[in-house]
Design a protein around this ligand. Structure first.
Ligand code: ADP
Ligand code: MG
Length: 582
């Protein structure tokens, strides 16, 4: 589906200035398709995925229709939740920034009628609200819709899910017949088709297929896992990919509570949302999450409605969603703004059949992966640390401590010894989270009182707030949150490739340019060859290629088996680097 510059869509200079100020470079496909119909006064049914820019698709033509000299309600937008009403109102505010005299007001339950009444009485032309509150105001006579020109139904599918069907009917029956109607929904069920038939006139249908959009790319993977092992799998995946910002869906409140307690006890920074949590608390949690005040939000579907966060790295379906629609809603929160997101779905026992049905009927693009082994997780964690260290060294992002180092050198220590000792200290610090409830303790070198901080911030251990004991370093491997898997990976090896006896260096045709990580390569090598990740030695990532040390007896196999396998959308090509070239 094509995208066009906003200035080709017949918009006023005020709107063009506003979209420019908002940093929008061109109209998204749904905007490109909907705006001209909207400007022409046509009714529209718009269907596209979450994050595709539907708000501006209806807000722009709606704003253009407002006569700012008339201080009466001309546009009504119905939304499923107060959070959405507030967000949509904000977007209207930004888009109408240069349109003098335009006033928008969100109205929703939970805010005083007085305040909303004053806003309405002062001549707002655009009202954005939840159906329940809009009806209340209509009945009280504080909201009159007889001057309405445009009515918008945003997220119709969710409004129906939430039981607003009768309210919507009531409202649409009370608006003038001569008005424009814009419907937006991610999916169009039979009930929605009925509404469309009843309340629109010869509408234009605009449907943007997910794959044609300017990118929400989501890598979708499912795992078959025993119910009792789900938490273990979740933490392995978080560690393996080093995720820092994600959403975890559970099917019940009890599961949300339990999982949140468990993860918290294991040192992850989490919080929860479900129906039993007060509205005020919910708003606080959402705000905090949006600001990245914690890393993982555990939630039920209903509680997560209206949560608008961009840039989630990952969505976990800890429990299977009800259907493909819910699934699509859930994972729509990752992979926005052209960044690649990931969605991991866990199925236990008979749920597999349900998932297969969803994949089939919902045409979902998911692939199955096996549960990563503890070795792979440790390997990846070690590589993450190694990579951070390398990047820090390369970027020279550290203060020189020449004086201290010179002193140590004078005392006869080699530079390798000094570096190894520092890594050892860091490892000690990072491996005792349970004893360091606030911040990772900094290691001190007594003589000079130099403070050594980790090369990159470690996850801060969290104080346990439940009866689950925090895992300590000595606990069962894999259950603790050891930040740096130093013991197994990385530093035991020499930090450059090709120097270790028994290893051969293999050159891969992917590198920094493809944003490849050591974990990507180790994962692929171990996955495809079925050999343990420990056959891989040091990894040296360059701009357009990567040198990977592989145990010599397996080097040929790696080259043969991985040829043509895709990593980061690139078909792999490899070659063993002859020893003299190293
Ligand atoms: P939807 O309602 O389809 O889920 P939104 O309207 O909430 O999507 O838009 C998602 C995000 O994309 C918002 O942050 C919005 O500001 C941004 N956005 C919308 N249109 C554009 C555009 N043309 N260019 C860049 N960003 C855009
Ligand atoms: Mg929207």
């Amino acid at each position: 589906m094509e995208k066009r510059p906003f200035k080709e869509l017949g918009l006023s200079p005020e709107i063009l200035k506003a979209v420019d100020k908002m940093g929008f470079e061109e109209a998204s496909p749904i905007q490109t398709a909907v705006i001209p119909f909207g400007m022409a006064g046509r009714d529209v049914v718009g269907q596209s995925a979450t994050g595709s820019g539907k708000t501006a698709a209806f807000a722009i033509p709606a704003i253009e229709k407002v006569d700012t000299h008339v201080r009466k309600v001309q546009v009504l937008v119905l939304c499923p939740t107060r959070e959405l009403a507030v967000q949509v109102a904000e977007e209207f505010g930004k888009l109408a920034f240069f349109k003098k005299g335009l006033m928008e007001v969100p109205i929703y339950g939970g805010q005083s009628y007085e305040r909303q009444f004053r806003a309405l009485a002062s001549g707002a032309q655009v009202v954005i609200g939840t159906p329940g509150r809009v009806m209340d105001h209509m009945e009280r006579g504080t909201l009159r819709l007889d001057t309405l020109k445009v009515v918008v139904l945003d997220e119709v599918d969710r409004m129906l899910d939430m039981g607003f069907r009768d309210d919507i009917d009531h409202i649409l029956k009370s608006v003038p017949v001569e008005r424009q109607c814009l419907f937006f929904s991610a999916t169009v069920s039979r009930a929605i088709q009925e509404l469309i038939k009843r309340y629109t006139r010869n509408p234009e249908w605009v449907r943007i297929e997910a794959h044609a959009q300017n990118a929400p790319q989501v890598e979708q993977v499912y795992f078959e896992v025993d119910r009792r092992s789900k938490i273990e799998l979740l933490t392995r995946l978080i560690d393996l990919h080093d995720f820092r910002f994600g959403l975890v869906f559970c099917s019940t409140k009890i599961m949300v509570d339990e999982l949140d307690d468990h993860l918290h006890a294991r040192g992850y920074s989490t919080d929860r949302l479900h129906g039993d949590i007060t509205q005020a608390q919910r708003t606080r949690v959402m705000e905090k999450f949006r600001r990245r005040g914690f890393e993982f939000l555990i939630a039920t579907d209903v509680a997560a409605r209206g949560l608008d966060v961009d840039d989630l790295e990952v969505v976990f379906n800890f429990d299977l969603p009800n259907d493909a629609e819910d699934y699509t809603h859930r994972i729509g929160r990752t992979g926005r703004a052209g960044k690649k997101g990931m969605a991991f779905t866990f199925v236990a026992g008979r749920e597999l059949y349900k998932l297969q049905n969803m994949i089939h009927y919902g045409r979902l693009k998911m692939r199955r992966e096996r549960v990563p082994s503890m070795d792979e997780v440790e390997e990846a964690k070690g590589n993450v640390f190694y990579e951070k260290l390398r990047v820090t060294l390369e970027a020279k992002k550290f203060k020189a401590h020449n004086q201290m180092i010179d002193q140590l050198l004078e005392q006869g220590f080699t530079s390798t010894d000094i570096a190894s000792a520092l890594i050892h200290l860091l490892q000690g610090v990072a491996a005792e989270p349970a004893k360091a409830p606030t911040k990772p303790k900094a290691a001190r070198i007594a003589a000079n009182e130099y403070v050594v901080a980790p090369a990159a911030p470690a996850r801060e251990p969290v104080t346990p707030r439940s009866s689950f004991p925090a895992r300590t370093a000595g606990a069962k491997p894999g259950l603790s949150r050891k930040e740096f898997g130093i013991a197994r990976a990385g530093y035991e090896r020499k930090p450059r490739t090709g120097r270790e006896p028994g290893y051969s260096t293999v050159s891969f045709n992917v590198g920094r340019a493809q944003l490849v990580t050591p974990a990507d390569l180790v994962g692929k090598i171990a996955g495809v060859t079925r050999l343990p990740a420990s056959i891989v030695g040091a990894i040296d990532i360059h701009e357009d290629h990567t040198l990977v040390d592989v145990a010599s007896e397996h080097a040929e196999l790696v080259v043969a088996k991985l040829a043509g396998i895709r990593v980061k959308n690139q078909s792999l090509k490899m070659a063993i680097v002859p020893p003299r070239m190293k």
